[in-house]
Ligand binder design. Structure first.
Ligand code: ATP
Length: 270
């Protein structure tokens, strides 16, 4: 089982709810009692949380904490063993294709075609999602523009820098204009300036009312989230705002390391 969780159960108030979906009270993502094992390895245990519409929720935790497993389940790629996950009220198993239309999922190793140019990669994703006619140039301008890739349309994806590849990946998962983004460590291995540019784009996406669930290994990025879910050993250790998780500590990193270490060496009960 999991230890008792720290954090408020109320959603953070700064989340903008400017989405135009009919019933704004339905959470963008609802995870209820979700457990998943790979053979004998328990990857996540009894996870439950709701994300309201709009805002950025960061998923943090050490390697093997279960972040990728959780994101893959929300993105309909693998089924939970037990529990339910709903995206805008739709079940990730029973209503898989409805969910797939509503989400943009960027896995850790996102499949760009390295021999194709920036423009050809983007066109390919528009083909897959059936974007046609006058919408095509508009979406190209909007999302490659957003990602500052318009000057590089004819460059082969294989020749882009790490940060530019990730921005192209993000542009490609936006072609069908999903309301919910699920991003698995999109900035890992990317230099600090490019990471900060990437987060600038996420901040604009938030401004458009999108709900973003993003895992990160960088706690300076955690600071930029409206809310943080700290996973450890497949359990939620904390679910609160970065400020709440930081508590009395000088920085988030220190607060999180201490929280994880206190799990490994819990204070003795008297
Ligand atoms: P990382 O950041 O290193 O990817 P993570 O927090 O995303 O870590 P997961 O990849 O979800 O963690 O892994 C959770 C646990 O499940 C780990 O113990 C991992 O070894 C195990 N695991 C993940 N995928 C598989 C798989 N396909 N087969 C067996 N075990 C797996």
């Amino acid at each position: 089982g999991c230890p008792p969780m720290h954090g408020s159960s109320d959603p953070p108030s700064e989340n903008a709810l400017i989405d135009t979906m009919p019933d704004a009270s339905v959470p963008a993502i609802r995870v209820q009692s979700v457990t998943k094992s790979y053979g004998a390895i328990r990857a996540v245990t009894g996870l439950s949380f709701d994300l309201p519409r709009g805002g950025v929720c960061g998923l943090v935790g050490s390697d093997g904490a279960g972040k990728t497993t959780l994101l893959r389940m929300v993105a309909t790629m693998i089924p939970p063993d037990s529990g339910t996950i709903r995206v805008n009220g739709k079940d990730v198993i029973g209503e898989r294709h409805l969910v797939k239309e509503m989400i943009g999922y960027m896995p850790q190793r996102f499949g760009l075609y390295t021999d194709l140019t920036v423009s050809e990669n983007f066109d390919f994703f528009m083909d897959i999602y059936g974007v046609s006619g006058a919408e095509r140039p508009q979406r190209r301008d909007r999302y490659l523009g957003f990602s500052n890739l318009l000057p590089f349309l004819d460059r082969r994806a294989g020749d882009l820098s790490g940060g530019m590849k990730q921005k192209l990946g993000l542009a490609c998962v936006l072609v069908h204009e999903p309301k919910v983004l699920i991003l698995d460590e999109p900035t890992t291995g990317v230099d600090p300036v490019s990471r900060s540019e990437f987060w600038e784009i996420l901040s604009q996406m938030r401004g458009m009312g999108k709900t973003i669930l993003v895992s990160t290994a960088y706690l300076d990025e955690g600071e930029k989230c409206d809310r943080l879910i700290l996973l450890h050993d497949g359990c939620i250790l904390a679910d609160a705002t970065p400020r709440e998780i930081r508590g009395g500590h000088t920085d988030l990193e220190e607060a999180i390391i201490q929280r994880i270490q206190s799990m490994a060496h819990p204070p003795e009960v008297r």
